[in-house]
Design a protein around this ligand. Structure first.
Ligand code: PSU
Ligand code: MN
Length: 299
């Protein structure tokens, strides 16, 4: 298995020496954020992790190689090229066999990161149960249920059915903690009205829970949810009408499958005058920093 992974030297060394490493996904770069903010954010997330005392490992697929620790050139390629594929776990064998170039989602990134020996991953929002009549459930959820890794995020994207997503996580034994908060964050907003399983206040507390999970042999992820920094929060009253219109547009244009999330995110950024984009970037940066701080405690 490990022969199929191309692990960057600094990442491999850090893993071998049990130094803190934080994995990052690349779908958010290729499909989640517009240009030029996507490339800037990808580079910024890596610097934040380095400045916080951990080694960043952005994951993506180039010529069918599962790369753990993308170079600057790789990141530029995924950020600037058109027609970059969105690779979920089901696509990994296709990508390997057929030499694809593509960006990895939360699902495929944690699948790869865990097999590379990385214990913590940071992103913006996980996928979940979509709204609407067709049962569309992100592969992020089942992957969280079978991958023992810490996932730092700001909850699930607001475009989803959050109560259904919360129930799914509970059913499948994914432990959900609130990082310095009591409610599950709702991506652009700090509160959702949905509970977390426990509140934690420090990186050391997260490390204790992860250690207990590992000692118990529990195979699911530990979801650490961190609210968007307060000054970037988009008020619910402002967000609701924008979201409703974006969902209607998606339905009207029959946008489904892997195209749905990127469509909804870009529609909302446009209709909010960039407020949702600024919130998205702020929470990604904050989550990268929190993940690095946790990584330093999980050794
Ligand atoms: N969160 C963001 N932006 C994104 C995504 C998440 O803030 O672009 C991506 C992640 O890569 C996640 C994916 O895994 O969307 C979920 O897509 P789908 O619903 O098609 O599984
Ligand atoms: Mn889907």
């Amino acid at each position: 298995m490990r022969e199929l992974l191309s692990i960057a030297r600094e990442v491999a060394n850090a893993i071998a020496e049990k130094k803190p490493v934080v994995a990052l996904e690349s779908t958010v770069i290729a499909h989640g954020l517009p240009r030029p903010q996507n490339l800037q954010t990808a580079q910024r997330l890596q610097s934040i992790i380095l400045e916080s005392g951990a080694v960043p490992a952005t994951i993506g697929v180039l010529d069918g190689r599962l790369n753990v620790g993308l170079t600057d050139d790789h990141i530029q390629f995924l950020a600037l090229e058109n027609n970059i594929r969105k690779i979920s776990t089901r696509d990994i064998p296709l990508a390997v066999a057929q030499g694809w170039n593509g960006a990895t989602t939360v699902a495929s990134t944690i699948w790869i990161a865990h097999r590379a020996g990385i214990k913590i991953f940071a992103t913006g929002g996980i996928g979940g149960v979509h709204r609407g009549s067709l049962p569309d459930i992100s592969a992020d959820l089942p992957e969280l249920a079978r991958t023992p890794i810490i996932v730092v995020c700001s909850g699930a994207k607001i475009v989803l059915d959050l109560p259904a997503t919360r129930e799914w996580l509970e059913t499948h034994a994914v432990t959900v903690v609130g990082y310095q908060c009591d409610e599950l964050p709702a991506f652009y907003t700090r509160e959702s009205g949905l509970p977390v399983d426990a509140r934690v206040n420090t990186p050391a507390e997260v490390a204790d829970i992860f250690r207990a999970q590992r000692d118990l042999g529990i195979e699911s992820a530990l979801l650490v949810t961190v609210p968007v920094p307060a000054k970037f929060e988009v008020p619910t009253e402002e967000l609701q009408p924008i979201l409703a219109t974006a969902l209607e547009d998606a339905e009207w244009n029959e946008i489904t499958g892997s195209a749905l999330t990127p469509f909804l995110l870009s529609q909302m950024a446009e209709r909010s005058g960039g407020a949702t984009l600024r919130a998205n970037i702020a929470l990604l940066e904050n989550n990268a920093r929190v993940a690095a701080e946790i990584a330093r405690e999980v050794l």
